[in-house]
Design a protein around this ligand. Structure first.
Ligand SMILES: Cc1ncc(C[n+]2csc(CCOP(=O)(O)OP(=O)(O)O)c2C)c(N)n1
Ligand code: SF4
Ligand SMILES: [Mg+2]
Length: 351
């Protein structure tokens, strides 16, 4: 069965958020993924984050590619805009939608196959252009939907379910995002909701390209000894750089920590990312040190998670291109097509 109808009735006493929605209003259809798949935990974290952020569902556009991970937008935010694109092509469709309507919140959901193989070029250009979005890769190291081939993020030396050793070097999407200019970069584990939910909230509130790589075990094809993307491996090798609390401008800012114990990073929209550092030498506002730190720990087989880098004052593609602040569907025909004389003037200015 590929489709199960979900009952619409809510319990009358379910808690509502500030815009009048219950958590159930952010759900989608019933998931048809394998029981225990990490991707379902990420869907639950997205639902929780959007509910807590008091986002009106119609303000979100969720886009994905192809894969088990890319199927998940069907399982959350059922009342939001959605576009399930072609394999690896989500970033360009999201970029186009964002250019046409900058007022929506863009959520890109993809897989390691979708973003690190066929869609690697698309991923790279969305990061370097500063497209304002929360881009989540549900990273299981395999092509789950097509039955478990190694993906490009599989670690060199890791073992497939059938015992084959992967000889290729992995693509590190976090490293690429950092190198290409993403302004909010995090890594999380699908099994750690406490870390994942605030990371998603921070990404949705960020003013530029936000990327989160979520290690999300595939229980059908990549959860065995020898895999570096299994539940056991990640639990045993996980190193968090910080604990993150997300504080909205409406909330009272109270601190139970001594000065120096936490760093408050205020984003352009007034939200605060409160970071309690677990590693004294870690500076989340330095791109260069984030890259060096990640590289060093990856060589030791460790999976570093948390908010790895943030530029709190980031701007996006619209600022760089100086586009109109109005969504294009709000403009009249005269503004969208100002005529031959205006075109001639533009052409003349470029000669
Ligand atoms: C153009 C194209 N090539 C190949 C495929 C076959 N295909 C479907 S999903 C997939 C890989 C999915 O892997 P990933 O993005 O990691 O998602 P997962 O299923 O692991 O969540 C492939 C190769 C396709 N659908 N379209
Ligand atoms: S095949 Fe793997 S990735 Fe796909 S639903 Fe099953 S556990 Fe999840
Ligand atoms: Mg995958």
């Amino acid at each position: 069965m590929t489709y199960i109808t979900k009952p619409r009735l809510h319990h009358p006493t379910l808690e509502v958020n500030k815009v009048g929605y219950t958590r159930r209003d952010y759900e989608g259809k019933i998931s048809t993924l394998c029981a225990g798949c990490g991707h379902d935990s990420i869907s639950a974290a997205i639902i929780q984050a959007c509910w807590e952020l008091d986002i009106e569902p119609h303000r979100v556009a969720k886009l994905s590619g192809i894969g088990c991970s890319s199927k998940t937008p069907d399982y959350f935010l059922g009342a939001s805009h959605g576009f399930n694109t072609v394999h690896g092509r989500m970033p360009s469709v999201l970029t186009g939608a964002n250019l046409a309507n900058r007022e929506l919140l863009y959520l890109g959901v993809s897989g390691d196959g979708d973003s690190a193989s066929i869609g690697l070029g698309q991923f790279a250009h969305a990061m370097r252009r500063g497209v304002r979005m929360a881009y989540i890769v549900e990273n299981n190291g395999v092509y789950g939907l097509t039955k478990g081939q190694f993906s490009a993020t599989a670690d060199q030396g890791s073992k497939s379910k059938k015992g084959v050793i992967n000889s290729d070097s992995p693509v590190d999407l976090v490293g690429i995002a950092l190198q290409l200019g993403a302004t909010y970069v995090g890594r999380a584990f699908s099994g750690n909701k406490q870390e994942l939910v605030p990371l998603i909230k921070g990404a949705l509130s960020h003013g530029g390209a936000a990327f989160i790589d979520v290690i999300s075990p595939c229980v059908a094809f990549n959860n065995h000894p020898g895999s570096t993307k299994s539940y056991d491996y990640v639990r045993e090798h996980n190193e968090s750089v910080s604990r993150i609390d997300f504080i909205t401008p409406r909330e009272e800012i109270v601190s139970e920590y001594a000065p120096g114990e936490v760093v408050d990073v205020r984003q352009h929209d007034g939200t605060i990312l409160r970071l309690r550092s677990l590693h004294a030498d870690y500076d989340p506002t330095s791109r260069a040190s984030a890259m060096a730190y990640m590289q060093h720990h990856h060589e030791r087989g460790e999976v570093v998670t948390g908010l790895l880098y943030v530029d709190p004052l980031a701007t996006d593609m619209h600022t760089a291109l100086d586009t109109t602040s109005e969504p294009l569907n709000m403009l009249g025909a005269g503004e969208l097509c100002p005529g031959a004389a205006a075109l001639e003037k533009i052409n003349a200015s470029l000669r």
